[in-house]
Design a protein around this ligand. Structure first.
Ligand SMILES: CC(=O)SCCNC(=O)CCNC(=O)[C@H](O)C(C)(C)COP(=O)(O)OP(=O)(O)OC[C@H]1O[C@@H](n2cnc3c(N)ncnc32)[C@H](O)[C@@H]1OP(=O)(O)O
Length: 204
């Protein structure tokens, strides 16, 4: 069993996860990535040890991959791993907030009272989730998003950078909200919406 934390994924998102874990005082012992050309390299000075099959040796790990589908697949394939939370010391999280295992919250993010955040979510840099939010598993809320009170984001949804959501809205499962959109009506499952007000993207 490897001591310290393993990080799965060797891309840009992994750099921010490693930086966040180190800011918490955690020791990150290795990075895992299935792209074999990265093995033997480093990410922020942390060695890339091999592929995700090495998770079998992990005690604690975080999945640092932006794709919501890929995080779900890896988490489901490795139920024995202790998925830890990575919460930057300069994120502000109300004590009443519930955070699921494997979820990461980056610097400058604010999560207000009685919000529930599921497993393997990403609350990215300087995003805010206001009171009574319900964020389900495998959601990614990108940098600078602002969710007003009582917003629900269902499993696997992705909110692009700078999204705004008015109070009480629901974002459907595995939906995508384009960068800079303003959500003023509920969004159905498996939809891509863009713009202000956000509307389903029309394809030519
Ligand atoms: C730290 C980090 O980096 S975290 C990562 C954060 N990432 C993001 O925020 C990315 C968000 N992604 C987007 O907004 C994307 O543009 C998506 C998902 C909405 C659409 O992506 P694609 O399917 O590749 O769309 P594509 O680029 O082909 O554009 C298709 C059309 O939609 C329009 N469009 C794309 N994105 C948007 C948007 N956010 N708002 C308004 N219109 C948009 C394009 O202008 C284009 O219109 P046209 O056909 O009239 O020229």
């Amino acid at each position: 069993m490897t001591s310290g934390v393993l990080v799965v994924g060797a891309g840009g998102h992994a750099k921010v996860v490693i930086d966040t874990l180190q800011a918490m005082g955690q020791t990150v012992t290795g990075v895992l990535d299935d792209r074999s050309h990265l093995w033997g390299g480093t990410v922020l000075g942390v060695p890339v040890l091999g592929g995700s099959d090495l998770l079998g040796q992990a005690k604690q790990a975080v999945i640092a991959i932006g794709s919501n589908q890929v995080r779900q697949k890896i988490a489901q394939a490795h139920p024995h791993v202790e998925w830890i939370r990575a919460v930057h010391p300069r994120a502000q999280i109300s004590p009443s907030v519930q955070l699921g295992p494997g979820t990461v919250v980056f610097a400058g993010a604010v999560v207000q009272p009685d919000t529930q955040i599921g497993s393997h979510c990403i609350i990215n840099t300087a995003a805010s989730v206001d009171h009574d939010g319900k964020i389900e598993d495998f959601v990614h809320i990108a940098p600078g998003c602002h969710l007003a009170g009582n917003v629900s984001v269902l499993e696997g949804a992705f909110l692009g950078v700078g999204t705004c959501v008015i109070p009480g809205m629901s974002i459907g499962a595995w939906s995508t909200v384009g960068a800079g959109a303003t959500v003023v009506r509920p969004v159905a499952d498996h939809l891509i919406v863009v713009g202000t007000p956000a509307r389903p993207r029309t394809t030519p």
